[in-house]
Design a protein. Structure first.
Length: 681
């Protein structure tokens, strides 16, 4: 039996059917922990093994670089050939970069374009807001970037936008968008939203280019299809050939990113767009115990907009899901901490324990408690490696060396280290460049020739431009990591950090050393810069035995032996702001988020809520989340707690609790004396 036959023989019947059905449109509805990555990878290897297509005739799209790398490693273990004989495997953005590098000229760009990060976008938008004399407080970069991103997710360039609200603010934002797109083109750069949007424009406006890829890609495979937005779905449909060999894998019950533009209808209507679609349901879960699955399945069954499936497991029944109530949020943190210390630590590594919250501010009380009792923890988030100031400075040097049109990189280089070049000089350069349609570097060169700078500024800028031009020559003959070391030394950046001997600067130097080590994993400066631009937070590595604190959104795709789910209260979860903005649609997404949270647990799950919680300095009475009432009694252990003994609740004859509070929210006209829980008295 060869390797691929062994892989297929180890699959269950539903997984095997999904792998072997290679032709035509296929939708694989893969429940949490049902082995979807294994199915997708095996399917890809099977197609190559059966010689249905060469590896480079397969397009496989994932949502994170980490997932793409893992899949590529698995595939290469089973596929013989050169490193070039691999599928087009990557994220929507990374594959779009490959298309655009090849065909940038067709869109009026140069192939060595820069990819702007968030800070670059903010800086550019601030400059536009200032030049248009707009109120910087009303028109923050975040607000404008939000609307630009929304438009791009819907496939709209400025000329395509039709404003429903004709107010002055939206008209001004649209004007900024128009100027922004002109400026990014002048800079020979794309932002993240452009990468997919301009690929769509490329295929729509150049049918000959589209046909090249339609003919090349015999099979299209898509992971996490439920997370696609409008423009990503359009991108996919344009690349599918006449045989419609597209296979999408995902779970509609885990669609939790509508705030990023994800549209669950792409998943729910797939079989209507592709009429001959075959649907496969992977319902056997290999992760969690039966009680955890029953809890999650019963909860999600309350949603109406779903394909529908019921997870099952051949594993043991497992521990009942624990349901705890606390007086306050602080006591909730203390109670969970006590459970971890007294029970969980004796059975599991802290690395396999996670606390999943609805809102990131909920971590504060847990952090304070863990610091107090000496439990190690980590918060997913904080400042990412490539967003640290010294790393961004170093990368900016590399970007301007890579292409001279990158004004934003050069502006950062001019100020790092400080060279005595102030805002007035920069404004002078930008004004000259705007009038003469020149990039920042060419503007500086021309003004130097004309002798319009003050002597000290003239010397500084001339020295900098000469160094940049020298580094470009060095780049042609040096390894990119050796080049950066040279740049840091010759620019004075390393000396700046070494001369200030304190812990912060020592850490910055260590970070730069780590950057130099990281660069050695990439073949060229171009590939490294693309990696920096496309790097995502989910790819970060964790070290040490520590409890994991994160939002439920950040936990998707992860799994832990033990999961704590605190804060299940109306207004917090489901989140009131979401309900107010999107009503029943938001309620279903919040319920899907609860489903994701519960199904992260392999062995034990703890759900809890507090009777009152501190909010903006005030104590707010809380009601248990409606999701608690949707959990089946038989899979849950409702624990006796001190507050019951203290007569904080009034009990009926059947021991159920009655709340005198009245509560309004979309979906519930009134919340009045509703029997929610049955606690032991």
């Amino acid at each position: 039996m060869n390797t691929i036959d062994k892989l297929i023989s180890n699959l269950n019947k539903e997984q095997k059917d999904a792998v072997l059905s290679t032709e035509g449109p296929n939708l694989i509805v893969a429940g949490a922990g049902s082995g979807k990555t294994r199915v997708l990878t095996t399917r890809l290897i099977h197609i190559i093994n059966q010689k249905k297509a060469f590896p480079n005739q397969i397009l496989c799209v994932t949502f994170t670089n980490k997932a793409a790398k893992e899949m590529q490693n698995r595939v290469m273990q089973h596929v013989k050939g050169t490193s070039n004989a691999i599928p087009w495997l990557g994220t929507f953005h990374s594959i779009s970069v490959r298309f655009l590098r090849r065909h940038a000229e067709a869109l009026g760009y140069k192939s060595n374009f820069t990819i702007l990060d968030t800070d670059d976008q903010k800086k550019l938008i601030r400059n536009i807001v200032k030049s248009e004399d707009l109120d910087a407080k009303k028109f923050s970069p975040q607000l404008i970037m939000y609307h630009i991103d929304q438009w791009k997710n819907k496939g709209l360039l400025p000329k395509d936008v039709e404003l429903k609200k004709q107010g002055l603010i939206m008209k001004s934002i649209l004007k900024v968008y128009e100027i922004y797109q002109v400026k990014t083109k002048d800079l020979n750069s794309f932002d993240f939203g452009d990468l997919i949007l301009f690929c769509v424009k490329l295929f729509e406006e150049h049918k000959d280019i589209k046909e090249i890829y339609n003919n090349n890609f015999k099979y299209v495979l898509v992971d996490e299809f439920q997370d696609t937005n409008f423009i990503q779905n359009k991108w996919l449909n344009l690349l599918v050939n006449k045989n419609e060999n597209i296979c999408c894998v995902g779970d509609d019950d885990q669609s939790i990113y509508s705030w990023r533009g994800a549209e669950i209808k792409n998943f729910l209507t797939f079989d209507k767009i592709y009429k001959n679609c075959k649907v496969f349901k992977l319902e056997q879960n290999y992760r969690s115990t039966k009680n955890i699955l029953e809890t999650a399945s019963n909860l999600i069954s309350n949603n109406s907009n779903r394909v529908g499936k019921k997870l099952w497991s051949s594993s043991n029944q497992g521990e009942l899901v624990k349901l705890n109530c606390y007086k306050t949020g602080k006591e909730e943190a203390q109670g969970i901490s006590d459970i971890i210390e007294q029970i969980i630590k004796k059975k599991y590594s802290l690395n396999e324990v996670s606390i999943l919250v609805r809102a990131i501010y909920q971590t504060r009380e847990f952090e304070e408690r863990f610091l107090q009792v000496g439990i190690g923890y980590r918060v997913l988030g904080g400042i990412k490696f490539y967003e640290r100031a010294e790393i961004k400075d170093a990368v900016s040097y590399l970007r301007i060396i890579n292409q001279k049109f990158d004004d934003l990189a050069l502006e950062r280089v001019i100020g790092s280290p400080k060279r005595g070049i102030g805002e007035a000089t920069l404004n002078q350069i930008y004004t000259f460049g705007k009038a003469n349609k020149l990039c920042l570097e060419d503007s500086i060169t021309k003004i130097l020739e004309k002798g319009h700078f003050k002597p000290k500024i003239k010397t500084t800028l001339k020295q900098l431009i000469n160094m940049i031009q020298k580094w470009r020559r060095d780049a042609a003959i040096m390894k990119h990591y050796d080049l950066l070391k040279l740049v840091l030394d010759e620019s004075g950046y390393s000396s700046m950090l070494k001369n200030k001997k304190d812990l912060e600067n020592e850490n910055r130097l260590e970070n730069l050393k780590e950057l130099l080590r990281a660069m050695q994993d990439y073949e060229s400066l171009q590939s490294f810069l693309e990696h920096v631009a496309l790097a995502t937070s989910i790819d970060q590595e964790w070290e040490g035995a520590k409890i994991n604190l994160m939002t439920m959104h950040a936990a998707k795709g992860l799994e832990f032996d033990v999961v704590f789910l605190p804060g299940w209260e109306e207004g917090l979860f489901p989140h009131q702001k979401s309900l107010d903005e999107k009503g029943d649609f938001a309620l279903e997404e919040e319920r899907r988020l609860a489903y994701v949270g519960i199904t992260r647990a392999k062995k034990e799950a703890y759900i809890s809520f507090a009777m009152k919680r501190a909010f903006h300095g005030d104590w707010m009475d809380a009601l248990p989340s409606r999701f608690i009432n949707e959990i089946p009694d038989e899979s849950v252990e409702k624990n006796e707690i001190d507050i019951v003994k203290n007569d904080d609740f009034d009990f009926n004859q059947d021991n159920s609790i009655e709340f005198d509070n009245e509560y309004r929210s979309p979906g519930w006209d009134r919340f009045k004396k509703k029997k929610l829980l049955k606690w032991k008295k």
